[in-house]
Design a protein around this ligand. Structure first.
Ligand code: PMP
Length: 428
């Protein structure tokens, strides 16, 4: 049983000593003290089904025994030396990760968070091309460092500080709300127009998620990536795929999100699920691009530490050995069917979308005007929590449920989610 301080005390400490802007997701905050695979437990021992994977960070399951064993073994042997000495974990892990990549994506840089990875990707793009301008998408989320805040496409996260020099926000190829609907090449033509209007005609690069995560599980319109990659490369730029949420099989139909649109990026960034909860992130690029960073010293104290690498290697093995990509396809297919049945019953569900276990449910007051049902989303969200289901919430208006559970979810978990959501929506 839990023996720490009571919830009220933790909340008081947090209010007094932590960042005052930190948010606790639910009106009545939940305190989580234990986790096991797809379940989370509060201080009273109450079990919740986790539909959000600790913000998509737990990929293969909370406290997965194989990942834990690898971390414990490495912790007991050697925790940290930095990369100035040779260590087999980082070298073997880089080789294993590179083997998962298509094309010539063979050089791996380890860092500690998604923001750091995207900072590095932007710098690489600028150094390699000698250009400065970077195209990002409206509604994007790539981190909260100064550089990545400039890439953000949602005002709700932006502070009024200098950011985003040379960054241009293109139209979001959102099939549900975007101006060109699901016509990917039309949005890409607008990027060509943006490049000719707002840049010197040459750009450093283009960065994208393949299913926008924080933005509300928004997949990019069909055919967008092949068209926009071509446009960006014609303007001398490199293409950066942010796989922080979509990588490692989560989309079911592919190991990497970008593969769903048949493209091969020049730089790929990863974080979150890569370490199943340990601080670990990576940038993978081609030897040609990596060469530009060899012109100066480069170093990261914790990047690629043996313990995080042990976790990362275990994640690769578990995804493979437990067939988790296939499970995401299978369970995710069942999830979409169940959610579409709910959509047929509840007119407040305007859109159900996504791939594998990366799914969004958008609530609207009116299916024609698509006016966001913000209040209702908050009420249902809270009620689902009370019924034992921890959903994610997001989108610019906060009217999207984000279903991105640990990849070990089963059909029974989907059925539970559907029953809970049905009840909460019926009670509105
Ligand atoms: N990219 C994406 C797609 C993300 O979802 C996030 C985090 N929500 C980040 C980058 C930033 O990662 P971190 O919080 O580890 O800096």
């Amino acid at each position: 049983p839990y023996t720490g301080p009571p919830k009220e005390e933790v909340l008081a400490l947090r209010k007094k000593f932590l960042n005052p802007a930190i948010f606790h997701h639910f009106k009545q905050p939940v305190m989580i003290v234990d986790g096991k695979m797809q379940y989370l437990f509060d201080e009273t021992g109450r079990r919740y089904l986790d539909a959000f994977g600790g913000i998509v960070t737990v990929s293969v399951g909370h406290c997965h025994p194989e990942v834990n064993a690898a971390v414990i073994e490495q912790t007991q042997r050697l925790q940290h030396t930095t990369s100035i000495y040779l260590h087999h974990q980082i070298a073997e892990y880089a080789a294993e990760l590179a083997a998962k990549m298509p094309g010539n994506l063979k050089n791996v840089y380890f860092v500690n968070s998604g923001s750091e990875a995207n900072d590095m990707a932007m710098m690489m793009a600028r150094l390699y091309t000698g250009a400065h301008d970077i195209i990002t998408l409206r509604n994007a989320y790539h981190g909260l460092s100064e550089a990545t805040m400039g890439l953000l496409g949602q005002h709700t996260w932006k502070f009024p500080v200098p950011q985003g020099a040379g960054v241009h926000h293109a139209l979001n190829p959102n099939p549900y709300r975007g101006v060109f609907g699901n016509d990917g090449p039309a949005y890409a033509r607008d990027v060509a127009d943006l490049i000719s209007a707002a840049t010197p005609g040459r750009v450093a690069g283009f960065i994208h998620e393949t299913v926008q995560g924080v933005g509300g599980a928004v997949p990019l319109a069909d055919g967008y990536l092949p068209a926009v990659y071509k446009t960006v490369r014609e303007a001398g730029g490199v293409c950066i795929a942010d796989e922080v949420q979509t990588g490692f099989g989560r989309t079911g139909s592919a190991y990497w999100g970008f593969q769903n649109q048949g493209v091969v990026p020049d730089i790929v960034t990863m974080a979150k699920g890569i370490g199943n909860g340990l601080p670990l992130a990576a940038v993978v690029t081609t030897p040609e691009i990596a060469q530009v960073l060899a012109s100066r010293l480069h170093f990261n104290t914790y990047g690629g530490n043996p313990v995080s690498c042990a976790a990362g290697r275990a994640v690769l093995r578990v995804v493979e050995n437990e067939g988790l990509q296939q499970n995401c396809a299978d369970v995710g297919g069942h999830l979409l069917l169940k959610l579409r049945a709910l959509q047929a019953k509840h007119s407040i569900i305007g859109d159900v979308r996504g791939m594998g276990l990366m799914v969004g449910v958008e609530l609207v007051k009116d299916r024609d005007t698509k006016e966001p049902a913000v209040h209702e989303t908050a009420v249902v969200f809270e009620r689902c929590k009370d019924l034992g289901l921890l959903l994610g919430k997001g989108g610019l208006y906060g009217n999207v449920f984000r279903v991105k559970p640990p990849m070990c979810w089963t059909h029974a978990d989907v059925d539970f989610l559907a029953a809970v959501l049905d009840q909460a929506l019926s009670e509105l």
